[in-house]
Write a protein that binds this ligand. Structure first.
Ligand code: SAM
Length: 210
């Protein structure tokens, strides 16, 4: 039986898609993924399964096709950092899953800042709550994936309510795309700052910024 391939696409721009990821996609008969991600890899002459509204159907669809067809699931960033990989492993049994790593949006932002991330706390606010106060006191760098309910301005408000107002926040929007925007602001400035929905943030001590 074929393996189910889960392929990380990097932050978005095609320059950041690894050659091996491109090869796996080209070799596949079926591509599963979000609309934005499938469009970004320019799939032609392949069966396509869009995730939007059909997440729960994926396990059955994969089981019905994996014997005869090569299937690639494309995800943004890296496969091991808050991606669909965990859901697929939990819900698709008896199928071997292999992942092709990609460059995470978080890794990309740290790189653009010229900073190491091995001493940072890295997490996500997607449908989760994290204790921002404790984290920001413990770590000099806290990197977070955001969502529409937890935009940078809301994160800044929570930090201020926890008495943390001396930190800085880097907001990385639309990373790697032509309209990429990376801003370094004080927590107080972020309270009144609007950002595009696609963003990651790093909360850090001023000394880490230059
Ligand atoms: C479901 S998570 C996937 C994370 C992905 N696996 C990674 O390694 O970057 C989606 C979140 O990643 C972040 N993200 C992904 N691509 C991005 C980009 N090009 N620019 C800014 N943030 C991005 C956003 O916080 C978005 O809400």
């Amino acid at each position: 039986m074929n393996k189910l391939m889960v392929v990380g696409l990097g932050p978005g721009h095609s320059d950041y898609i690894l050659p091996i990821a491109r090869k796996i996609i080209d070799q596949s008969d079926i591509i599963i993924g979000g609309k934005r991600h499938i469009e970004s890899v320019g799939v032609i002459d392949k069966e396509v399964f869009y995730l939007e509204g059909h997440l729960a159907e994926i396990p059955e669809y994969v089981k019905a096709n994996i014997k005869d067809k090569e299937i690639a699931v494309v995800v943004s960033g890296d496969t091991g950092f808050y991606s669909l990989l965990r859901y697929l492993r939990r819900n698709i049994k008896d199928v071997c899953i292999e992942a092709v790593p990609g460059i995470s949006s978080m890794q990309y932002l740290f790189s653009k800042l010229g900073l190491a991330w091995d001493d940072a706390y890295l997490g996500s606010l997607h449908g989760r709550t994290v204790d921002l106060g404790i984290l920001c006191r413990e770590f000099s760098k806290v990197g977070l994936l955001t969502d529409q309910k937890n935009p940078p301005s809301e994160i800044a408000k929570k930090l201020i309510s926890e008495g943390i107002d001396d930190k800085y926040m880097v907001i990385g929007e639309n990373l790697s795309y032509p309209d990429e925007l990376i801003r370094k602001l004080s927590i107080e400035e972020v309270v009144n700052t609007n950002s595009d929905d696609l963003n990651v943030v790093v909360i850090m001590d001023k000394g880490e910024l230059y």
